[in-house]
Design a protein around this ligand. Structure first.
Ligand SMILES: [Zn+2]
Ligand SMILES: [Zn+2]
Length: 408
């Protein structure tokens, strides 16, 4: 079943299953308790971890654990993840009860143990915050799917050492960016999205192309034998055919789309024909609709992002396809195009958008300041500076709370 067809409830249940055997995590049976692997962040049930206790690499992705001589079945249970399923009252409360028989926890020095505890408390609070929202049909859209995925990647961390804390900070920064995009979404007027995108990719108003018909026509056209000698020739020849009737009203888009696909790295190439003339064809990797469409979507998003335009993956899916079914593909494109500058771009856009929409000035200023702090996290350094580390945890909680409050 595609993700978009599932309710959020069954959607997030997928995050509460063992990455090895798909068993749903449970507290009652120690073999079903979640343990998160260091480095890669896959979370597995106690049973699977026991079976692979002598391994040095995660069986899911071959990533090495690198946790100085600690066997993975000595790692602590991931209680924050269990809080998504259980009332905290049903779980052991203090660390002694939780980790008294956990060798890797007992070995920790005082400072590392304090870092561990502060991180665990923070993640437990995050679980408590999001629980009522992802379980409530009316409120679950406060978080985009990308944000929900980022929340769970934050909850799937093994922070027993310095490297693990860097990973927590990385997850916090990335989640902060997605919360910022969700705040932009809150202030954006849906009816203006298309206009704003057209402005961002420098198209005249009302010119947002209907890519499906044009791309399918290009594919069909280039499969015919007429030799096409250049991009202009392709546009002209298509125009001649399309102009006769232009049944789909696509003429105005042909030029824009051929141009977009010709930008380096070009999607077309010259191919020698049987009669030794040359003709333009699509490169082999773009010869079906799905692949050329993915490339087209990616180029539009890239162009929009380079002009400081920022949308959630759901919004891209709606704009391009009129539904949410392509959300995950859009999220992958965003991830691929993501740069260290992307968070700052999102913050600036949020600030403009929120002010323009006349949101509460104090909230806007606070959010901007918190987002700026989160975007400047130094993963390596801040993981071992108590003040910076705990400040990042605290501010993430604040932006999450403020996003939730925007919807009240
Ligand atoms: Zn398992
Ligand atoms: Zn893994």
């Amino acid at each position: 079943m595609s993700l978009s067809k599932q309710s959020v409830q069954s959607y997030y249940m997928e995050f509460l299953r063992c990455a090895g055997c798909s068993e749903v995590f449970a507290y009652e049976n120690p073999l079903h308790r979640p343990i998160t692997l260091p480095v890669c962040g896959h979370t597995m049930c106690g049973g699977c971890v026991y079976i692979m206790r002598d391994e040095k690499k995660c069986p899911q992705d071959e990533v090495s654990f690198e946790i100085n001589d600690t066997s993975i079945n000595q790692l602590p249970t991931n209680y924050p993840l269990l809080i998504i399923r259980y009332d905290p009252k049903q779980l052991p409360k203090d660390n002694e009860e939780r980790y008294g028989d956990c060798p890797s926890y007992m070995k920790l020095d005082d400072l590392t143990r304090s870092y561990f505890t502060v991180t665990e408390d923070f993640l437990g609070e995050i679980s408590l915050f999001i629980k009522p929202i992802i379980n409530d049909e009316k409120r679950q859209s406060i978080f985009s799917r990308s944000t929900t995925r980022k929340i769970f990647s934050l909850l799937n961390n093994q922070y027993i050492n310095h490297e693990g804390r860097s990973k927590v900070l990385e997850a916090i920064r990335s989640l902060g960016e997605h919360i910022c995009i969700d705040c932009i979404r809150h202030y954006q007027k849906p009816q203006q999205l298309k206009d704003n995108l057209e402005a961002a990719i420098r198209l005249p108003k009302g010119h947002f192309p209907e890519p499906e018909k044009v791309l399918k026509t290009i594919l069909l056209f280039l499969k015919c034998c007429h030799p096409i000698t250049s991009g202009e020739n392709l546009v002209e020849s298509m125009a001649q055919i399309v102009q006769r009737k232009d049944p789909y009203g696509i003429l105005s888009s042909v030029h824009d789309i051929v141009h977009l696909l010709s930008i380096t790295p070009c999607c077309f190439q010259m191919v020698e024909q049987a009669d030794s003339s040359s003709s333009i064809k699509l490169k082999p990797e773009f010869q079906n609709y799905e692949s050329i469409r993915r490339e087209y979507d990616s180029r539009i998003i890239e162009m929009a992002m380079s002009n400081d335009f920022c949308l959630s993956a759901e919004q891209w899916s709606y704009l391009f396809y009129g539904n949410m079914q392509h959300e995950f593909e859009m999220a992958l494109i965003y991830q691929k195009l993501h740069t260290p500058q992307s968070f700052t771009t999102a913050i600036n856009l949020f600030y403009d958008m929120a002010k323009h929409a006349q949101g509460d000035p104090q909230t806007i200023e606070h959010l901007r300041g918190y987002f700026q702090f989160l975007s400047n996290i130094d993963l390596e350094k801040d993981a071992s500076q108590w003040y910076q580390y705990t400040a990042a945890l605290g501010l993430l909680k604040k932006v999450l709370k403020l996003l939730i409050n925007l919807h009240k």
